[in-house]
Design a protein around this ligand. Structure first.
Ligand SMILES: C[S@@+](CC[C@H](N)C(=O)[O-])C[C@H]1O[C@@H](n2cnc3c(N)ncnc32)[C@H](O)[C@@H]1O
Length: 274
């Protein structure tokens, strides 16, 4: 892809971030998307919209390098001062992060080759729904043929997160992840739904029915709380899998993922009616 010559596509939005807030999605990417990360001889991952501090981009670099040692990571920000902060971090680190870069850019993804991963977290929340759909379409069109776009949102310190994984062909899965001790009931995820789904959480839409069913399964699993919130979650997800096509096999599903406070479902389980 050509280096950027024009104004970056998108809008400057609040730069709120915090170290380690994206640990749940990073752990999921490393565990389930290794094939994509290794799909290119020189794999490139993009952290789009890393925010006021480069911390979460640096963490992505460290976590991806465990499963894809040669992966390069480009942190992209539309806001120039935040790019300067990334550059200052790298200068101070004196070569400790080979293959990590920070640059100005937006949805056009001004990078040299098609990325095997684009992580865009807490970026589209501040756009309207139509713009979020356009961003999805534009970003997945720029992926490596085996690449994945992971777009989602989380709370301030990453205790609760929801993300969608998309391939070049379109959305594939939706994952819910939480620190289970902080979860009152699964419909608490509603406020973290991606922009393309958040306004669809109304009666008659699939996402609404899914969260209502998940709440019912959570209530039915209450006796398992005696063994802790994780046991209750695993039971609730097992009950849910009788009603919806929950991923029940690795790498996306099954007990090893559920134990982490995760559940992944196909996009079509929640996709909007129109
Ligand atoms: C809330 S921060 C998220 C920071 C980090 N990803 C996190 O989750 O902790 C959102 C950042 O996305 C940036 N942003 C918004 N639209 C963008 C775009 N189209 N391209 C690049 N960056 C963008 C904003 O400038 C802001 O710094």
């Amino acid at each position: 892809m050509a280096p950027q010559t024009r104004r970056p596509q998108g809008e400057v939005t609040r730069g709120t971030t915090a170290p380690n807030r994206l640990r749940r999605v990073d752990r999921w990417i490393a565990a389930t998307q290794a094939a994509a990360l290794r799909a290119d001889a020189r794999p490139l991952a993009v952290d789009l919209g890393y925010g006021a501090s480069p911390a979460t981009a640096v963490e992505l670099y460290a976590r991806l390098r465990v499963v894809a040692p040669g992966v390069e990571v480009a942190g992209l920000e539309i806001e120039p001062e935040r790019v300067a902060r990334g550059a200052a971090f790298l200068a101070a680190s004196r070569g400790a992060y080979p293959g990590l870069s920070f640059r100005r850019g937006g949805f056009e993804l001004p990078v040299e080759r098609r990325p095997v991963l684009v992580r865009a977290f807490n970026v589209l929340r501040q756009y309207d729904e139509a713009a979020a759909w356009r961003a999805w379409d534009g970003l997945r069109a720029r992926l490596h043929p085996a690449g994945v776009l992971v777009e989602g949102t989380c709370d301030e310190i990453g205790r609760r997160a929801v993300w969608v994984a998309l391939g070049p062909e379109g959305p594939r899965t939706v994952t819910f992840a939480a620190r289970l001790g902080s979860l009152d009931r699964p419909s608490g995820f509603a406020e973290r739904l991606p922009k393309t789904l958040i306004h669809r959480n109304v009666p008659g839409e699939r996402v609404h029915a899914f969260l209502a069913d998940f709440d019912r399964c959570w209530a039915a699993a209450a006796p398992h709380s005696a063994f802790g919130p994780r046991a209750r979650w695993i039971e609730a997800v097992a009950l849910l899998s009788r009603l919806h096509p929950v991923r029940t096999r690795p790498p996306l599903g099954g007990r090893p993922r559920w134990r982490l406070g995760e559940v992944t479902v196909p996009w079509t389980t929640l996709s909007p009616n129109d």
